[in-house]
Design a protein around this ligand. Structure first.
Ligand code: BES
Ligand code: MN
Ligand code: MN
Length: 470
């Protein structure tokens, strides 16, 4: 197909998208109403309902889609043929969400979406609005619009929607391995990351990895009166607090032996590119209600979140947390903590070192139970490829500028699995913003991002259709 013809085809799709905005918000609303919390077995039926909702929408978009069972939550898999020899793109998103807790901090029901005015115009507020239902709906809607207008697609398409991303994707690798021949694309498009700012799109080329531990320190056989026993027996909460408190030194560095051994220093060229991005530190910190960044001394904020490993405690529980006071020595104390990892660090080694470090510090009279929640390495995707160049063309068409090439402090394990199991690289093209409150109460997605992102997926698809030799 000629370039001019493709441009006309795209324009017709963009015009259509501009005319059916309300309908597209309605469909997003219906998906957001389903509480598909993957980590909580009480919501298994809701997770399946969300899979069914996605499959129905894909089938209505010209993508032949089925729900495929796994030992965990189901996968939604769809296919559509493209012209002979056209590139094959796998679109990925996740239809599961994080738990909405703490519920009392929401201004409206987490699964009762509302559209209200935000800093950048109207926004839709609900759990999953930005992570990831709003983002997966952007490509689903771009595909639907293309199909509605032209009756076919300019590329060959596979869609894979997962329902376990927020709980560590246990079924994903086995599923990819079992279905590699069916799924293997030329390139994947992962719709689960952010923009640089509300007017500047981004393509993420670096993700951090993750190691997550859940630990409990057990002491006395049962809870004790803190007057009768206090001072004479071990208190697991006191001990755990001390141990957790020594995970960092005064310079903000993690004290686990070997933690930084394999970390590569960011080269000066990369640091210079990050400097040139004109990162608005005040706005970034302001979106968290803060003024000053904290972390490893001598590092910029972008280094701290994109290229340095971290350890953060995610939760501490134990003892009495109810109303008033209770004088008690609890029998056990628990914590959840996780490390974000960077390129070249081995997650299994870090996990081993963490466990050894804890065991070596077992207080007398205590023992640990330690449970790991998975190990994922950091990911780098090539920042030069014909796919990325095409994606940039598409983004430029919509935003009048190409995407910034950025890092991301978060983790998306599927990107590593696509590389190792399917042998395919990913384009991480997402439209979230730092102030979306993902994983937090009052999560939102700006409608300007939703519409711009949907238009972008159409434009990127058109540009990829022009890439040959896939
Ligand atoms: N979409 C996020 C990853 C992300 C976070 C991208 C921030 C861009 C900015 C994803 O859903 C997520 O939350 N991933 C988890 C992975 C974990 C559960 C294995 C994460 O990063 O904590
Ligand atoms: Mn996500
Ligand atoms: Mn998430």
């Amino acid at each position: 197909m000629t370039h001019a013809l493709m441009t006309d085809q795209l324009q017709a799709v963009l015009d259509h998208l501009d005319l059916n905005r309300d309908e597209r918000i309605q469909r997003l609303d219906s998906l957001l109403r389903l509480p598909s919390i993957s980590t909580d077995p009480a919501h298994n039926a809701d997770v399946r309902a969300a899979a069914e909702c996605c499959a129905e929408m894909l089938n209505a978009s010209g993508i032949a889609t089925e729900i495929r069972n796994t030992t965990g939550h189901p996968m939604v898999v769809g296919h559509a043929d493209g012209p002979e020899g056209a590139p094959h793109v796998l679109y990925y998103g996740h239809y599961d969400v994080q738990p909405p807790d703490p519920l009392e901090l929401w201004d409206s029901g987490p699964f009762e979406p509302v559209i209200i005015e935000g800093e950048n115009g109207p926004k839709i507020v609900a759990r999953g609005a930005a992570d990831d239902k709003g983002q997966l709906m952007m490509f689903v809607e771009a595909l639907r619009a293309w199909h509605d207008i032209h009756g076919s697609f300019p590329i060959r398409i596979t869609v894979l929607l997962e329902g376990e991303e927020e709980s560590g994707s246990p079924s994903l690798d086995p599923f990819l391995k079992a279905n590699a021949d069916e799924l293997r694309p030329d390139v994947c498009i992962v719709s689960d990351t952010g923009m640089w700012d509300p007017k500047t799109p981004a393509i993420t080329t670096m993700l951090r990895g993750l190691v997550y531990l859940d630990v409990t320190l057990h002491g006395p056989s049962h809870d004790l009166h803190s007057g009768m026993y206090g001072g004479a027996v071990v208190n697991p909460l006191n001990e755990l607090a001390q141990i957790l408190g020594s995970l960092h030194d005064a310079d903000g560095r993690v004290t686990i032996p070997g933690f930084y051994d394999d970390v590569l220093e960011t080269d000066s060229e990369q640091l210079a590119q990050w400097d040139s991005l004109d990162f608005d530190e005040a706005a970034f910190l302001g979106s968290a209600g803060l003024k000053k960044s904290t972390g490893e001394v001598g590092r910029t904020v972008l280094e701290r979140i994109w290229s340095r490993p971290t350890l953060d405690i995610n939760g501490i529980t134990g003892g009495y947390g109810g109303e008033g006071a209770k004088t008690v020595i609890a029998a056990e104390a628990s914590a959840k903590f996780s490390c974000r990892l960077v390129a070249n660090q081995c997650p299994e080694t870090i996990e081993r070192n963490l466990k050894d470090w804890l065991e070596a510090r077992t207080p007398e009279g205590c023992h640990w139970t330690i449970h790991g929640h998975g190990c994922n390495p950091a990911i780098h995707v090539p920042s030069e490829s014909p796919w990325l160049a095409a994606a940039q063309q598409g983004l430029e068409k919509i935003w009048n500028q190409p995407g910034m090439l950025i890092g991301c402090g978060g983790s998306i394990p599927v990107v590593g699995s696509f590389q190792t199991i399917l042998g395919a690289d990913s384009l991480l093209i997402g439209f979230g913003l730092d102030d979306d409150r993902v994983h937090s109460p009052n999560e939102k997605f700006d409608l300007s991002c939703y519409h711009g992102g949907t238009r972008s997926h159409a434009a990127v698809m058109a540009a990829i259709a022009g890439v040959s030799g896939g």
